[in-house]
Ligand binder design. Structure first.
Ligand SMILES: [Zn+2]
Length: 566
């Protein structure tokens, strides 16, 4: 046997709780991967090739773009967009289609919220200012947004996706947005009509789609442009334009170019497509709803900037199970918090296994993580023993790998459940148990992977794991109430185990199954008391191997305690 066998836990799950959420997730993860899950990337690549046939033939690199406003620590949900776009880049690269994946670290939006860990008294005054003006609370970073930007870059770099980062402010300052600003101002009336048509929002006649950085107070979130003469704009810094910042009341006239002003999001987004020459850009559900910013952006792009709506991939949310629970644990739902829980290939798999338009939930306190490891191992088996009709499983496995590795055989890995048991047993040595299970010495790579996985398991056990993953060997032997059938089976098993020439997991496994078959006893009726004798519960890791991790004398002693009346 190459891989350990997953012994499902017969856990009782309360309804309407985080555990119920886990049980839903668990079902999802246990289901075989639906066919369409696997080909979504390849389908998208096919559609992209069709739409951009001319550009590809002309050798024009396709530009993929995504962005994140750096107003706080980056939520794990943003990783979904990054990985989807990154996978598209990977898919194009595989086919030798020239492309770039530009990721914007948006440092120019107004600061409209403060991360909870920042002191209100010190940082409150920056509310409404462009993010790049907010100083950092950490040494070494350029400013507050780049603290979050650097954290995101670190998380993403482990995924090995081909990404080029850029920040927004320098582009405005270099005049790259001057032309789109001019066109937006010239067509302010048309933009007001588009807003009204698409989202029903009414803008007054003196509303212009631009926000100037106030020359007096430095805020950008509080200003409104009210006039444009082709060279200069008039603007007001309004006291109550937004609830999160107060304007200073200044009335000014200024050139709107070269970084003095910025476009509001719904106009800026299509402007960026134009400025950056974007071909492909998906967006999360929040932007993709009917009448939302994508619909407005599409109209503005086509009618004001004469630029086609980029190839779209609307994607669903990635939720982190039970917000309250996560917040109380302090992990939050940050990209880093979740990425730290698993090796990068697993994070990639997490994003690949669902189609972009399907929401999914990640629950660090539930069984999501063990089941994800199991799924990865199942995919490894498809790769190790390929069969017809399972090519997509193999494809998914390879897509999850970091970089573009040789498509060789997967490494032998210890199953998560077994590993979680071994690391909690002071009497067991990890490498020894791994070699017993594999039936051969580990290669250097396998040993590395084992220790890496063990580190993730230990972290998860100490910070998040539900009770069912915590094991303790009973020091006081329990009193079991056995049926006559169970007693007889245990007595026979004891006899056979005592005579067993070797003390190997597979031999013990065979012995237990032989006894079970001989006496016609249900597996659970025999397994439950065996687990009970050691760990005080009805289930546990794979039985034969589990018993083999104890000294034979200890096993016989425990069985005696249950079958010999005291
Ligand atoms: Zn002001």
């Amino acid at each position: 046997m190459l891989y350990g066998v997953w012994t499902p836990f017969a856990s009782k799950k309360p309804k309407n709780s985080a555990a119920a959420v886990c049980s839903r997730m668990r079902r999802n993860l246990n289901e075989p991967l639906p066919f369409s899950t696997m080909v979504w990337l390849d389908n998208i690549i096919g559609e992209i090739k069709e739409r951009f046939q001319k550009e590809i033939q002309a050798g024009i690199p396709l530009t993929i773009r995504d962005e994140k406003t750096l107003s706080g620590r980056v939520h794990v949900g943003s990783l979904r967009g990054i990985v989807i776009h990154g996978l598209i880049a990977q898919g194009l690269q595989e086919q030798g289609i020239p492309h770039r994946f530009l990721f914007e670290l948006n440092d120019f939006d107004p600061c409209d919220e403060l991360p909870p860990f920042l002191d209100r008294n010190t940082f409150g005054k920056y509310m409404g200012q462009p993010l790049f003006t907010v100083p950092t609370h950490e040494q070494g970073a350029e400013n507050l947004p780049m603290v979050f930007g650097e954290e995101l870059k670190k998380v993403v770099s482990n995924l090995g996706l081909p990404i080029e980062y850029y920040t927004l402010k320098p582009l405005y300052e270099a005049g790259k947005f001057n032309d789109v600003i001019r066109r937006a101002l010239d067509h302010a009336k048309d933009i007001r009509v588009i807003y009204k048509d698409v989202s029903g929002s009414n803008k007054p006649d003196d509303w212009y789609p631009l926000q100037v950085i106030c020359e007096r107070c430095g805020k950008v979130g509080t200003t409104q442009v009210t006039g444009w003469d082709g060279t200069l704009v008039q603007y007001t810094c309004k006291e109550n334009l937004v609830t999160w910042a107060k304007g200073c009341g200044y009335l000014g006239t200024i050139s709107p170019f070269d970084g003095r002003a910025k476009l509001p999001w719904k106009v800026e987004w299509p402007a960026k497509w134009n400025v950056m020459g974007v071909h492909i850009e998906g967006a999360g559900k929040d932007h993709s709803a009917a009448g939302g910013s994508r619909d407005i952006g599409k109209r503005i792009a086509e009618e004001i900037f004469q630029y086609p709506n980029p190839f779209d991939i609307p994607y669903e949310f990635l939720n982190v199970g039970g917000k309250k629970m996560s917040a109380s644990k302090g992990i939050g739902a940050t990209a880093k918090g979740i990425a730290d829980l698993m090796p990068p290939y697993l994070l990639k798999l997490l994003m690949i296994r669902k189609q972009p338009n399907q929401p999914f939930d990640f629950d660090p306190e539930g069984t999501t993580l063990p089941l994800l490891f199991d799924e990865y191992d199942r995919l490894s088996e498809y790769v190790a023993h390929p069969k017809e009709g399972q090519e997509d499983f193999v494809r998914i496995f390879h897509l999850a790998q970091i970089g573009f590795p040789e498509k060789g055989n997967p490494l032998w890995q210890m199953r998560f459940t077994i590993l979680s048991f071994v690391v909690q047993m002071p009497h067991l040595k990890l490498e020894e148990e791994a070699e017993k299970l594999k039936g051969a010495p580990l290669t250097e790579e396998e040993l590395y992977a084992l220790n890496e996985r063990a580190a993730y398991v230990r972290k998860w056990l100490s910070e998040h794991a539900p009770e069912q993953y915590h094991y303790r060997i009973l020091e006081i032997l329990p009193v079991l109430e056995l049926s006559t059938e169970q007693s007889a089976a245990l007595v026979l098993l004891r006899e056979r185990l005592e005579k067993l020439p070797s003390w190997k997991g597979e031999d013990i496994h065979a012995t237990i199954h032989a006894v079970k078959a001989e006496l016609g006893i249900e597996p659970k009726a025999l397994f439950a008391p065996l687990y009970q004798l050691f760990i005080g519960r009805d289930n546990g890791p794979q039985m034969g191997w589990f018993v083999s991790t104890f000294e034979r004398a200890e096993v016989l002693k425990r069985i005696d305690s249950a079958t010999i009346p005291s």
